[in-house]
Design a protein. Structure first.
Length: 245
């Protein structure tokens, strides 16, 4: 049925209370820049820059370009100072945020099983972070070394969830039709909207997010353990099965 499995990261593959993680993130980043910027203002500017990425529909600019074009108008510090400091933050301080998440021992064997069957696997996380931060979170799960078909980051995409164009771009980058993919996530608004394109969806309920109280419309749902069982039962992609015969 499927050629590709699309995985959300935070709260899906990586167990976390999002509020706890965000609080820890802002505590770390404001401490990093405390000698340059007032903490409250830095938090506001990052949040507003993130909101700009989420709202933006301009395909000519990456999410990274949208963020920095806004952020640098609000911060009276040269980009050649700010950008290396953020890079250093994600290389050093960000790693400590692992303490604000939980392990997921099912992630590695599940992913290896999918690759062994010949599926394409994509990390379809909301691309509001640089690749550095997303790869680091994959490292916490011990799945950073796998050959993903795509990992969406703010450098390589032009839209964010819940914009339906995000999923259109993912399909385009993978070269697949909607019916050939399954989107797996924990956020009713951000992940299940993929179904509007005809992508099948699996709602992971361990760390379910539905902040707007939206009606839940999904093809499948259950715990992460349920997901692992479901994926284990999938047959290899049809074209691979034919080639093996």
């Amino acid at each position: 049925m499927y050629k590709a499995l699309l995985f959300d990261l935070d709260g899906t593959l990586l167990p976390m209370d999002l509020n706890v993680f965000v609080k820890a993130y802002f505590h770390a980043v404001t401490h990093k820049f405390a000698h340059l910027l007032q903490p409250d203002k830095l938090v506001r500017d990052i949040l507003q820059g993130t909101a700009m990425m989420v709202r933006d529909c301009d395909r000519s600019r990456t999410n990274m370009e949208v963020f920095w074009s806004y952020f640098m108008t609000e911060v009276d510090i040269p980009a050649q100072v700010m950008e290396p400091m953020f890079t250093e933050f994600y290389e050093r301080e960000f790693t400590a945020l692992r303490q604000a998440t939980y392990p997921n021992p099912l992630a590695r064997p599940m992913m290896e099983g999918l690759f062994n069957k010949g599926f394409q696997v994509a990390i379809a996380t909301n691309p509001v972070f640089p690749e550095q931060a997303i790869r680091e979170r994959l490292r916490w799960l011990e799945i950073d070394d796998l050959p993903y078909a795509l990992v969406t980051t703010y450098e390589n995409t032009h839209f964010c969830k819940p914009n339906i164009q995000y999923y259109s771009e993912v399909l385009e980058l993978l070269g697949l039709a909607a019916g050939e993919c399954l989107m797996i996530g924990n956020d009713v608004e951000e992940d299940l909207i993929a179904g509007n394109l005809g992508i099948k969806t699996f709602l992971v309920e361990d760390w379910l997010l539905n902040t707007k109280g939206l009606p839940v419309q999904t093809d499948y749902h259950g715990t992460f353990a349920d997901l692992a069982v479901y994926l284990e039962g999938l047959c290899p992609p049809a074209d691979l099965a034919v080639n093996e015969i």
